[in-house]
Structure formats: structure tokens, C-alpha cells
Design a protein around this ligand. Structure first.
Ligand SMILES: [Zn+2]
Ligand SMILES: [Zn+2]
Length: 154
């Protein structure tokens, strides 16, 4: 089954992320931020700008994004369950026993799309400046490079 999932970007093209280690949120740029970034290979892991711990590219979902994904999947999943039930009832039909499937499985509503506020401030590391991140404005660093984990102050 295919689930349409799109994550909202803020006006600078950043998407919200959550560190699986320190549970703090930051943002990274969605797709290459510039021409130099386009020429770089995708790193096997990214480093949290706030705590410096690495994790794979798919490990950075925020709780809101996970909840939204679950909600978006629910109607499709419910339909699939209903179809399977109907098939199962068809198969049990015989001369002596007639079973009918009545009623429907409740189909949950698709949640409203997420929105992305234009919060946080852009910082870029001296070592990999083509990969800027956004960090909460109330933090003071030092921050860590998203690409290599190197600490830097701003
Ligand atoms: Zn972290
Ligand atoms: Zn770096």
C-alpha cells in the first residue's frame, strides 16, 4: 500500500527534525542547500547539531511527524482490513452455512497536514558550510556539524 506523506518545510526550505539521543529539535535543509551541496555524497549518518551524536538518515522523525504518519496510514489500513474480512466471509459460505459480512470497519479521518513555523536560527559549520542547520534560538552552542560532528562556536 502506498501512503502519500509530505513533510512541510518552512519558508527557508528547512524541515523539522528530532534527535533520537537528546530528543531536542532542530531543522535541516530539505535537499541540497546549494550547488556545492549537490556535488556531495549523502553521508551514511548525520550528527545532531545540539548533542553531537550520530544517527542514520531515517532516525530523525519528530513525535508530531510520527503521529501524522500513523494517522495518514490509518484509513488505508482500515480499508485493507475490511477487504480482507469480506474475502474471508466469502470463503466461508457453503450450503449449510451462510455467513454474510455486514457493517463496515470504521474508517478514521486523515489528519490535517502538518505546518512548519518559521522559527529557529540558521547556523552553518566552518567545516561543512554548505550544510546549514537551524537550531532553537534559546541555545548558545557550541553546535556540532551535521555532516561530521565537529563542534563549533558561533
Ligand atoms: Zn541530540
Ligand atoms: Zn563538518
Amino acid at each position: 500500500m502506498e501512503i502519500p506523506l509530505s513533510l512541510p518545510l518552512d519558508h527557508d526550505g528547512f524541515v523539522r527534525r528530532e534527535c533520537p539521543h537528546c530528543i531536542n529539535q532542530f531543522k535541516w535543509h530539505h535537499g541540497p542547500a546549494n550547488e556545492e551541496a549537490e556535488r556531495q555524497p549523502s553521508p551514511p549518518a548525520y550528527y545532531c547539531p545540539l548533542c553531537g551524536q550520530p544517527a542514520g538518515p531515517d532516525s530523525w522523525w519528530t513525535q508530531e511527524q510520527i503521529d501524522y504518519a500513523r494517522g495518514a496510514i490509518a484509513p488505508t489500513a482500515a480499508r485493507a482490513v475490511e477487504e480482507e474480512l469480506r474475502d474471508a466471509f466469502k470463503r466461508t459460505r457453503s450450503k449449510h452455512l451462510k455467513v454474510e459480512f455486514k457493517g463496515t470497519v470504521d474508517t478514521p479521518e486523515v489528519p490535517p497536514p502538518l505546518t512548519e513555523p518559521d522559527d529557529m536560527v540558521i547556523v552553518s559549520s566552518p567545516c561543512h558550510s554548505y550544510e546549514p542547520v537551524k537550531v532553537p534560538g534559546n541555545t548558545s552552542g557550541p553546535y556540532h556539524c551535521l555532516v561530521c560532528g565537529q563542534a563549533f562556536a558561533i
